[in-house]
Design a protein around this ligand. Structure first.
Ligand code: PNS
Length: 190
């Protein structure tokens, strides 16, 4: 059985990766599918996100990274997937995810949405939380793989700021956080 795990993954977090690892044991193939979303101004380009995902999942032979445009259900059909995979962190996710699942069911009755509960330790974690912390100079070493943490620090122009991620000491920055977050400047910078 083939599962498509769609999302923005800007960037992929340890929470996403925990889900992918568990899904790789449930399905023959898991396709991590990055939406090319013209309405969003991402921190990382689609190509960068694909590389980040590929590197983070290279130990899982039945996982691949791909990107798509348009409707997720159309992409799933093209890839001959039977399942759309989504993670549920909390009740707050449920309403929007259920609406998405119902919408997708109206578009194809052949493809089922399967939810996996996020592991407890990652129930707070999102790509937005990671970017918010990094933007204000905090450490994200405990939230994303090391190579992605480096990518993020480069984007926000600071070094890994803390040895102990839960320290509350002042954070040494090469430069102060910018007024405009880098994801907003992305198109101009790259
Ligand atoms: O990581 P995200 O941003 O929560 O992922 C949301 C995503 C990409 C799964 C969702 O926005 C999506 O499927 N978009 C593609 C358009 C689509 O298929 N819409 C119909 C379902 S609501």
């Amino acid at each position: 059985m083939i599962a498509v795990y769609p999302g923005s993954f800007d960037p992929i977090t340890l929470g996403h990766l925990d889900l992918i690892g568990r899904a790789s044991r449930l399905f023959d193939r898991v396709i991590v599918a990055v939406l090319r979303n013209p309405n969003k101004m991402p921190l990382f380009s689609v190509q960068q996100r694909l590389e980040q995902i590929s590197l983070s999942t290279q130990h899982l032979p039945n996982v691949e990274a791909d990107s798509f445009d348009g409707l997720t259900i159309n992409y799933a059909q093209i890839r001959q997937a039977q399942v759309l995979l989504r993670g549920l962190r909390a009740v707050s996710d449920f309403e929007i995810e259920l609406q998405m699942a119902h919408t997708n069911k109206t578009l194809s009755t052949q493809i089922e949405t399967v939810f996996l509960a996020t592991s407890n330790e990652y129930s707070f974690l999102s790509s937005s939380v990671v970017k918010e912390i990094a933007r204000f100079g905090g450490s994200v070493d405990h939230l994303v793989p090391p190579h992605i943490a480096l990518d993020i620090y480069q984007c926000y122009n600071h070094n890994s700021p803390m040895l102990n991620p839960i320290t509350t000491q002042a954070i040494p920055l090469k430069s102060m956080p910018m007024e405009t977050p880098p994801e907003m400047l992305h198109d101009q910078q790259v």
